[in-house]
Structure formats: structure tokens, C-alpha cells
Design a protein around this ligand. Structure first.
Ligand code: M6R
Length: 608
């Protein structure tokens, strides 16, 4: 995700800001920028790596001792210089850096345009600079920022600098982390402690709804509700690398643990205020063609393909449109039959997977409507498809896909509701039920994550396994495939994912007392059938780890039971997949492997 750093003190700000940006490089970014208080606000921005930004710096060193900087990971608008932060108002009075998403930015932007503001970027963030500047007619500094933020819906971690308020940074947080670093006659503000640990370990963590005015000599805290805020300075004992992983030993674990927020981010601003419609701006321009399509083909590789399989069930159930799912690597070799009424939806975290990309190109050659469900903004799949929806999962650093997979499922659910309504086949009441259940998912994910220690104990009891079968039926079959993929890629345990119904056609021959099975068996419409399969495993002495919504319904058949909360059948995969990710992670660690560096694998497979 984007990175923020601000400095105010007695030293030159620019070198400190650039070092801070470099410390946040691990988060992934597509552009960067700085703004220093010198004679006026001096801003320098560049698309690409921080090296590109350094190349843009003026030959004479900038003398300013207060400034802000940002690395951007695009969510709204392509990754170019105009969209890079800091953003400024038209009179260059205010500069801001922003992490998060402003949901009502288009209505705010229209209102400001009507008052004469001109915008130079496609971002939601720029609106904040204009809004704060316009509030300066009535108030100044912290008070102007507070007035502006009261008009904003969404999430933010911002740092603001004013041309006419020297040596002061202003910060505010709502849903996007910010930390203030306390030094001797100097202060820092950052989104990520790793950006400031080289300078200080004394910090104040801002909480949601808090604002701060930060000068070289002190920090004044206040609430958005105008109440005073008092906080203690804390000492951070983490090393930089641990800080980058948010205190976790591995990125894979960090990404598993942040999935509750990931689902919130993927759905944020995409559900209308009444809660019965999905709002997917990225599909608006092709809505007329979407009304006409008679078939959807989903393309993906690896985990993205398995997300597509969940999407197949979801989209058919909610839209009534026939859906097929194809591996990117197979699609173009078999002369696929495609017409202009076919929509081809490419799912890809990176947006750069060669097989998926070539499948998109093949679909385009055959005049299909091409859509992308992509995490990396401005990636090749995003650019080459006719329209699409971004995951908003933030950069995924772990090679094993976890949070991207979950965000893909969230967006597929939204797409189902969107298309079902567009084609008039999904009654508002049913759409509302899906969206209401989706709204509950982040809290339910949190409940599962709180039980991680139990899953870790289960793994310790089974760490010597050499093989494992993952089984599921209907919506749970793709989760069985995904669970097996995750286990094999990080722990090197040989694992097979099978749909329960297929077990009797072959894999059952493998079952004996040393060949355990993970069975995904929530109490859904196919539970009784899945339970029969568990009986069959049991009859052959096979051990079972069950992932279910009801302990008593399966406990007599299993060695281990992992409980997940119950939700609608079509959303249950968003919950059952989490224990499979934890199983894989804990198994890798228990067997002494580094899950962030699985052998032979690359994060993005850009060769066919
Ligand atoms: O970037 P993509 O989503 O297109 O990547 C697709 C696969 O390479 C990816 O999901 C891979 O299978 C992961 N390592 C799975 O954890």
C-alpha cells in the first residue's frame, strides 16, 4: 500500500524524506513525490522508482526543514506523475499526502469545480487538498482540516503542509495507520514505523478520529470531535524488517492477518447507501454490452483460477448467465468459440501473468468484451481489457496468494450482485441479503484469525504428514483445490485438491491411516453428501481435519475440527479458505521452511 513520511525539525528535510521513502520500498509502489517548505511549497514528483524521483531533484540542495513525501500504489488513476502525491490545491497553498480511499470524492470534486477549482489528477486524494484550502476561508490549520474531514466519507491517513504555516505538519487518521516519531527538536510522521526507525524509536500511534499538529518542538493532539486527546510516547523495540512485516515473522502471515481489512477495502464505496445495489464504477462504461452478453468465460492461473471457480458458482447463481472457467495456459490453444456476446473476465493479482494476458489478447482478437479483476493498478491486464474492477487488496508480497484471493472472491460477489441487478434477475431483497452478509464477513474473518493458535496446535500434531487430500463440494470444491495448492507451495507436503464427488472415482484408493484429509464441510445445501464422503474416509481408517460451521455435526468422524462462522452458502468460501491458509503457513514454519521464499516459485509468472 502507499507509504507516507513527513519531517519537521532543524535538519534539511529532503534527504530524510528520501531515506524514509526507500525504507518503504518493500511495500511496492508505482510513483513517488516530495514537497518541502522552502520559498513556497516546492513539489517534485515522478512515475516509477525512487531513483526517478532523485533524478528530478534540482541541482542545488533544497534548504527547507519541513516536508512531506509519499510512495503511491495506485488505486484511482493510472500510475503517472500527475497522479503521484503530494497533491496541491490550485493556488499551491496546501500540499497533502494521503493513504486510503475517499468514497465520496466525485461529489466533493463536482462541488469544488463549481466553486472554480481546477483539478490536475484523476485521484480521489487531490480533492482533499482543494477541500482543505477551501475551508481556509473560514478557519486555519487544524480547524480547517477538521472541517474538511467532516465532509469526507472513506478512509484516510493524511499529512498536510501549508505554505503559510511554517515548520508545522498536520496529520489525521481514519482507517489508515499513522505514527508520529518523537526526536530531539524534531518530529516525523509516517504510515509505517520502518520509515522512521533509523531516526527514533519513540513514537505516538494515532488512532482513528485523531488529528495532530506537529512542529519541531512538540505535538498537539485533538479529536475530530474537537475533544482533547492525551497519549503516551511508546518505545518501539522492533527491527526495521520486523516493522515492515508489522511485527510478524513473515509477509505471508502479515497478509493472512490483514484479510479482514482487505475485504473491507475491496467492498468499500461499492455498496449503495440503501445496501441493495453494488456500485462498480469500472463497469459503468460497458454496462450496455453487459446487458447483452449470453456467456461469461473466466480466465486465471493458480489461485486466480480457483477464485474463478468460486466465481462460476456465484455468477451463475446471482445472474443466471452461463459461466465457464478456463486456465489461461490452455485457453488459446484450443480454438475457443467466442462471440461479441461473450464476456471474458481475466482474474490476476499482478495483472502481468503471461498466460492470462495471452488469453485476454486471444479473446480480444475474437471480439469478446474483455474485463479485468486485477490488483495492480495500471498493470498490463488492466490496460488491455475493455473495463474492469480493481481488488484494492494492497500490494501482496508473499509469493503464496492469500489476501489477493480473498479480495477476488469479495469482488466476484459484488460483480454477481451488480450483473444480477443490471439484467433484472436478482430481486432487491436477495441482493440486499448478499450485501448484508458480505458486510459481516470482516468481523467473521477476525473471529477465525483469533483462533489461529488452535490451528497451529493442530498442525504440530500432524506436521509429519507426507501427503494430504483436500475435499469439498459445490462452493467448497475450489477451496479444496486452493487449500491443496497453498499447502504444497509453501510446506512442500504433497497435497491433492478434489471435489468430494470425485473421491470415489480414484483418490479413495490412497486413503489409509497415514494419509489424512482436510474436509471442507460447512452446514450448507450439500452437507449430508459431504458427510457421507467423510464416513467413507473413516471406514478406511483415514484421519480427517474438518473445517466446518458446526462442531457437533462432524466431530464423531474427525481427529480435528476447525470452526468457522456461518454465512450465506455463496460467501462461505471467504471464511473456509482462511483456516487452509493458516494450515499451510503453520505447516511451512513447523517443517522449518520460509513461507515467503518457496523454492522454484516467482510471485509473478511473466513467461508462458
Ligand atoms: O498474478 P496472478 O494472480 O495472475 O498469479 C497467478 C498465479 O501465478 C498465482 O495465483 C499463484 O498460483 C500463487 N503462487 C498461488 O499462491
Amino acid at each position: 500500500m502507499c507509504g507516507i513520511i513527513g519531517y519537521v525539525g532543524k535538519k534539511r528535510a529532503l534527504p530524510i524524506l528520501l531515506t524514509g521513502l526507500s525504507a518503504m520500498e518493500y511495500r511496492g509502489y508505482d510513483s513517488a513525490g516530495v514537497c518541502v517548505q522552502a520559498s513556497g511549497l516546492v513539489r517534485i514528483r515522478a512515475a516509477g522508482k525512487i531513483e526517478k524521483l532523485r533524478e528530478r531533484l534540482p541541482p542545488a540542495p533544497l534548504a527547507g526543514t519541513a516536508g512531506i513525501a509519499h510512495t503511491r500504489w495506485a488505486t484511482h488513476g493510472v500510475p503517472d506523475e500527475a497522479n503521484a502525491h503530494p497533491h496541491m490545491d490550485c493556488h499551491e497553498q496546501v500540499a497533502i499526502v494521503h493513504n486510503g480511499i475517499i468514497e465520496n470524492y466525485s461529489e466533493l470534486r463536482e462541488g469544488l469545480k463549481a466553486k472554480g477549482h481546477t483539478f490536475t489528477s484523476q485521484t480521489d486524494s487531490e480533492v482533499l487538498a482543494h477541500l482543505i484550502e477551501s475551508e481556509c476561508e473560514e478557519a486555519s490549520g487544524l480547524a480547517a482540516i477538521r472541517r474538511a474531514l467532516k465532509r469526507v466519507r472513506g478512509t484516510y491517513g493524511i499529512v498536510v503542509i501549508f505554505k503559510d504555516i511554517p515548520q508545522t505538519l498536520f496529520a489525521a487518521r481514519m482507517g489508515s495507520p499513522l505514527v508520529i516519531g518523537v526526536g530531539a527538536h524534531e518530529h516525523y510522521v509516517a504510515s509505517d514505523p520502518s520509515a522512521i526507525l533509523a531516526h527514533t524509536r519513540d513514537v505516538i500511534f494515532l488512532d482513528d478520529g485523531e488529528l495532530a499538529a506537529v512542529s519541531s518542538e512538540g505535538v498537539t493532539l485533538a479529536g475530530l470531535d474537537e475533544q482533547p486527546v492525551n497519549k503516551q510516547v511508546e518505545r518501539v523495540t522492533w527491527e526495521v524488517e520486523t516493522a515492515q512485516k508489522n511485527g510478524n515473522p513473515h509477509f505471508m502471515l502479515k497478509e493472512i492477518l490483514e484479510q479482514s481489512a482487505v475485504v473491507e477495502n475491496s467492498t468499500r464505496g461499492r455498496i449503495d447507501l440503501i445496501g441493495t445495489r453494488a456500485v462498480l464504477g469500472g463497469l459503468r462504461d460497458v454496462s450496455e454490452r453487459l446487458e447483452e452478453i449470453d456467456r461469461i468465460i473466466i480466465i486465471g492461473c493458480g489461485s486466480a483460477y480457483y477464485a474463478g471457480l468460486v466465481g462460476e458458482y456465484l455468477l451463475e447463481e446471482l445472474t443466471g448467465i452461463p459461466v465457464e472457467v478456463e486456465l489461461g495456459s490452455e485457453f488459446r490453444y484450443r480454438k475457443p468459440i467466442i462471440s461479441a456476446r461473450t464476456a471474458v473476465l481475466a482474474i490476476s493479482q499482478s495483472g502481468e501473468t503471461a498466460d492470462t494476458l495471452e488469453a485476454v489478447r486471444e479473446a480480444k482478437r475474437k471480439h469478446a468484451l474483455t474485463l479485468g479483476l486485477v490488483n495492480v493498478v495500471g498493470s498490463t491486464v488492466a490496460r488491455e481489457t475493455d473495463a474492469g474492477v480493481y481488488n484494492h487488496a494492497g500490494p501482496e508480497i508473499g509469493v503464496a496468494s492469500t489476501k489477493a484471493f480473498l479480495s477476488q472472491l469479495s469482488v466476484l460477489a459484488l460483480m454477481g450482485v451488480y450483473l444480477g441487478a443490471l439484467r433484472g434477475v436478482l430481486p432487491e431483497r436477495e441482493a440486499g441479503a448478499v450485501l448484508a452478509a458480505l458486510y459481516e464477513i470482516p468481523d467473521q474473518i477476525q473471529m477465525i484469525l483469533e483462533g489461529r493458535a488452535r490451528i497451529s496446535q493442530i498442525v504440530k500434531r500432524h506436521a509429519a504428514m507426507g501427503n494430504c487430500l483436500f475435499l469439498g463440494r459445490k462452493y467448497q470444491a475450489p477451496i479444496a483445490y486452493e487449500g491443496a495448492l497453498k499447502l504444497k507451495e509453501v510446506s512442500y507436503v504433497h497435497a491433492e485438491g478434489y471435489s468430494c464427488g470425485e473421491m470415489k472415482h480414484g483418490p479413495i484408493a490412497l486413503i489409509d491411516t497415514s494419509f489424512p484429509s482436510v474436509v471442507l464441510c460447512p452446514l450448507d445445501s450439500v452437507f449430508e453428501k459431504t458427510r457421507s464422503n467423510m464416513e467413507e474416509i473413516r471406514a478406511r481408517g483415514g484421519k480427517i481435519i474438518a473445517i466446518t460451521t458446526d462442531h457437533d455435526a462432524v466431530s464423531s468422524l474427525c481427529e480435528e475440527v476447525i470452526i468457522v462462522p456461518k454465512t450465506l452458502e455463496c460467501l462461505q468460501p471467504l471464511l473456509t479458505v482462511i483456516p487452509t491458509q493458516i494450515l499451510a503457513y503453520e505447516m511451512a514454519v513447523a517443517r522449518g521452511f520460509d513461507p515467503d521464499r518457496p523454492r522454484n516459485l516467482a510471485k509473478s509468472v511473466t513467461v508462458e
